[in-house]
Design a protein around this ligand. Structure first.
Ligand SMILES: Nc1nc2c(ncn2[C@@H]2O[C@H](COP(=O)(O)OP(=O)(O)OP(=O)(O)O)[C@@H](O)[C@H]2O)c(=O)[nH]1
Ligand SMILES: [Mg+2]
Length: 641
């Protein structure tokens, strides 16, 4: 592939509901431009874009792939994104590298949830957008109806590309002078129409619609020409603000700056970083600096990528997209620049995980392999997280949905040979006391050899603090030097409560009396005496179980609010309030026990057809209702047995 100047490059993301035809459209574009001589099919696993083993197996896209196409001497850097909602991280990556988006709409299904999400994503990133209706070859498709549906859903800015009158009307709305001319009954010149349309698309005020059939090669060339005419040139990308507020212009003569928007783990080449050249020019062999790790990186092998196919790269100028293999430290979201300029661009924002699963290795001793494998996979997909819950001692995978998490565990097995199974998540319950107790703990062993003697009297009571310890000893009943041992014994005992072996919190312990033996008393004896007092003292102070309560903010379109509230009530949830959301829809604020929320992401998605989203944070601990506490305690006793 030859080098292009920024004015001859267009960077465009393909968005839309899963299965709407993004990958196939790129096949059609490659066929129309002679890159391939037969249209690959997703079902046959022979498309250029869905080259990953897992994508071929599943029959849908899982991660971004770059598919450059040259049309009329212009390089169209298409980024194919996955339609499934779990892979939204990939959409955010693509949006950080492009200047416009095509929103694909399957003519046989019309507007789908994925279409709405693509529109919202364009709004979030201020991205010019063009609608592309696909599969017009299918039976019973009604183009007019689909366009009407688009207008209905997304507003009057949606106009068929080939409807000159409709275009004139929306172009008139973009400029006062044109408005006057329009209402004066004058026709716009072609130039005025083109300029007005371009301006309207760039500002997001106009979203034109084109129709295509990839199977019948209809509208594909017109689409590519429309991209050339109505998507901003890569060279006209607005200056990007660095984290320090400096502006970096898209200038080929500027200092070299590149932004890493995607990382791929290639079975042969290893790690490949996809770079957007933000400023200057990149060449194989040049050395750049990664300020996140404060290390230099040598661009040993720079190349263009089309799916998995590599093409030579004589050099890549500002605005272009290029691939670099074998960079040592660089990850998605990093900036590469000259050490002297030390530039850092804002990283990509990935959504917070909404679904967690607990995993464990099928084969003992694979823990290390799990962690190193998952860290490698996280380089490819930064929208999932790996957490270790030190209290429940579980390894947790957090992501956007079941499909994503299943693919990660499948890749872990496939690429790193580690077989994991998902196990029920545990709750980090706590124990506390509701009353007071006054007990003695006596540890006495004086039968031959070194004796042991420790005797303490401790009062236990509820506390606002995590743990409080004090002593009110009198008359030297317990020598001062043994008091720390008593406290140590109590602190250690807090880790395992008598009810269900959980951490004990909000307890005050006052050591007020005891006795000792001149010879047999020592720190260990008093530590043991303290643990004995603890065991008795907690049991006699009306202990109870506490469970984590989560604070939720659930955003849904109004129609679903009834179901969402009903469901929240079934989860022992408390609804704290409801408020309209800016931009439409409503927000429900609620609290519910964590134990009732493990499947919340899945249920909310099915209840709202994936139109709902939520945030969840830990709020506080609260007493577990008696009937549930009994079950938890019984289960613990069984485990211990
Ligand atoms: N009849 C017809 N079928 C098409 C056309 N384009 C795509 N398809 C079919 O639609 C299905 C989905 O196509 P893809 O290209 O994988 O859709 P996608 O948008 O990439 O899907 P995701 O990767 O899941 O987001 C496949 O079975 C294609 O063969 C078309 O123009 N006409
Ligand atoms: Mg696809």
């Amino acid at each position: 592939m030859k080098g292009y100047t920024g004015d001859m490059i267009r960077n465009v993301a393909l968005l839309g509901h899963g299965g709407c035809g993004k990958t196939t459209l790129l096949e059609a574009a490659l066929l129309a431009t002679g890159v391939i001589n037969r249209l690959g099919r997703v079902e046959d696993g022979n498309t250029v874009s869905d080259y990953d083993k897992m994508e071929i197996e599943k029959g849908y896209s899982i991660s971004d792939s770059i598919v450059p196409v040259e049309y009329n001497k212009v390089k169209l850097n298409f980024i194919d994104t996955p339609g499934f909602f779990d892979f939204v991280g990939e959409v955010n990556s693509a949006m950080s590298a492009v200047d416009a988006a095509l929103i694909l709409v399957d003519a046989s299904s019309g507007v789908q949830v994925g279409t709405e999400k693509a529109w919202d994503s364009c709004k979030q990133f201020n991205m010019p957008r063009i609608f592309v209706i696909t599969k017009t070859d299918k039976e019973n498709v009604d183009l007019e109806a689909t366009i009407a549906e688009l207008k209905d859903k997304f507003g009057t800015s949606v106009v068929p590309f080939d409807d000159k009158d409709a275009i004139a009307e929306v172009v008139a709305e973009t400029d006062e002078e044109l408005m006057e001319k329009y209402f004066g009954g004058e026709e716009f010149t072609l130039e005025e129409l083109k300029t007005g349309l371009f301006g309207g698309i760039v500002s997001g005020d106009i979203a034109p619609v084109l129709a295509t059939s990839s199977i019948n090669d209809e509208g594909i060339k017109e689409l590519m020409q429309a991209v050339i005419d109505y998507v901003p040139k890569a060279s006209s990308h607005a200056p990007i603000k660095t984290v320090d507020g400096e502006e970096i212009a898209c200038d080929p003569a500027g200092k070299p700056v590149a932004f890493v928007f995607k990382t791929i783990a290639d079975p042969f080449l290893g790690k490949i970083n996809l770079l957007k050249v933000v400023s200057g020019e990149l060449h194989t062999g040049m050395e750049l600096y990664n300020s996140r790790v404060e290390k230099a990186e040598k661009l040993g092998s720079l190349f263009f990528l089309r799916g998995k196919n590599q093409g030579d790269c004589p050099g890549a100028v500002a605005g272009d997209i290029v691939a670099a293999a074998k960079l040592q430290f660089t990850q998605t979201g990093d900036t590469l620049s000259e050490k002297a300029s030390d530039i850092v661009l804002p990283p990509i924002e990935f959504p917070q995980p909404s679904l967690y699963i607990a995993v464990e290795p099928k084969n003992k001793g694979d823990d290390e392999k799990i962690s190193s494998g998952l860290h490698k996979l996280m380089e490819e997909d930064p929208s999932f997280v790996l957490e270790r819950n030190s209290e429940t001692r579980q390894t947790l995978l957090g992501g956007q949905g079941e499909i994503q998490l299943n693919i990660i565990t499948a890749k872990l097995k496939d690429k790193f040979g580690v077989d994991v199974q998902s196990v029920p998540q545990k709750i980090a319950y706590r124990e506390t006391i509701k009353a007071t107790s006054d007990v003695q703990g006596k540890h006495k062993k004086q039968s031959g050899g070194a004796g042991q003697y420790g005797d303490v009297h401790i009062r236990f009571s509820p506390s606002q603090e995590e743990f409080e310890f004090s002593e009110e000893l009198f008359g030297g009943s317990v020598p001062k030097n043994y008091v720390p041992a008593v406290e140590k014994g109590l602190l250690e005992s807090l880790n395992r409560g008598p009810l269900a072996g959980c951490k004990v919190v909000n307890v005050k312990a006052v050591l007020y009396d005891g006795s000792y033996h001149d010879v047999d008393s020592n720190e260990m004896a008093f530590k043991i005496a303290a643990t004995l007092a603890f065991k008795k003292g907690i049991v006699e102070a009306t202990p109870c179980l506490l469970e984590p309560i989560m604070h939720l903010e659930v955003s849904v379109p109004g129609d679903y609010m009834g179901d969402v509230m009903g469901d929240m009530n079934k989860r022992r949830g408390k609804i704290l309030g409801m408020e309209p959301k800016a931009g439409g829809g409503q927000k429900l604020v609620a609290e519910a026990p964590q134990s009732e929320l493990f499947d919340y992401a899945i249920v909310l998605r099915s209840m709202t057809q994936a139109r709902g989203s939520f945030t969840m944070t830990f709020e506080r601990y609260e007493e577990v209702p008696q009937h549930l506490a009994e079950k938890i305690i019984a289960a613990h006793k069984e485990d211990e047995a």
